[in-house]
Design a protein around this ligand. Structure first.
Ligand SMILES: C[S@@+](CC[C@H](N)C(=O)[O-])C[C@H]1O[C@@H](n2cnc3c(N)ncnc32)[C@H](O)[C@@H]1O
Length: 208
């Protein structure tokens, strides 16, 4: 699986080096745009590095990690147990394309580095599923690399895009404008674009 899980450590946890590098900059944005209380659903939680970091820094929120991959859910559970975090629920199995999603409501949705490692149908499903959960004005946060105005924002993203489509022709960097249009059709307004390190972007959508 290309860059999906990273390395498995001897203790059973999975580790992705980019998650270690980007968790700080992402937290800076989340601290500003998330509510101070309530439940945050994280989609495609992966190794659990992010949710543990965010839950420690934002203790007023209850975090709900999820991933379709059972090995990654185990990794998340191990990290949460190790850190003894009371504000993280056990990880749930959630594939964005499988409806109905296994929860009824949430106060915010965070999804990091999913939509380029899944078919476009997953992006559409992400908006459809989130729309069913999220109250008006609440935040859907997406993070990842995107193409902008029909082109790549860096040589390294262009290379990454070719690697992704060589691995699976349905994977690849999405056009930020196409994502925004799909979001608008599903009832989300792109409220803010934040340029992030390493040619990534944070996209803050609000449910209209
Ligand atoms: C590149 S990893 C990103 C993991 C983590 N968010 C991070 O940034 O370190 C992509 C993640 O998407 C998950 N994933 C793939 N297809 C999915 C789908 N259809 N619905 C939900 N998650 C999916 C994978 O299991 C994996 O954990």
């Amino acid at each position: 699986m290309l860059r999906q899980r990273g390395e498995k450590q001897a203790d059973g946890k999975w580790f992705l080096p980019p998650a270690e590098r980007n968790k700080g900059p992402i937290l800076d944005v989340l601290s500003r745009v998330l509510p101070t209380r309530g439940v945050v659903l994280e989609i495609a939680s992966g190794t659990g590095q992010h949710v543990v970091h965010f839950a420690k820094a934002l203790p007023g929120l209850t975090w709900q990690p999820s991933d379709p991959d059972p090995e990654l859910r185990e990794s998340i559970a191990l990290r949460v147990r190790e850190e003894q975090l009371a504000n993280v629920n056990p990880p749930i199995e959630l594939d964005v394309t499988g409806f109905p999603w296994p929860l009824q409501t949430t106060d915010a949705v965070v999804c990091i580095n999913l939509i380029h490692v899944a078919p476009w149908s997953a992006t559409l499903a992400l908006f459809k599923g989130t729309r069913a959960l999220l109250p008006t004005e609440h935040v859907l946060f997406l993070y990842g690399p995107y193409r902008r105005f029909g082109g790549h924002t860096s040589k390294s993203n262009e290379q990454f895009d070719s690697d992704l489509s060589a691995h699976d022709p349905e994977w690849g960097l999405r056009d930020l404008e196409a994502v925004s249009e799909a979001a608008a059709s599903s009832g989300f307004l792109l409220a803010e674009i934040v340029e992030m390190p390493a040619n990534n972007f944070s996209l803050i959508f609000k449910r209209t």
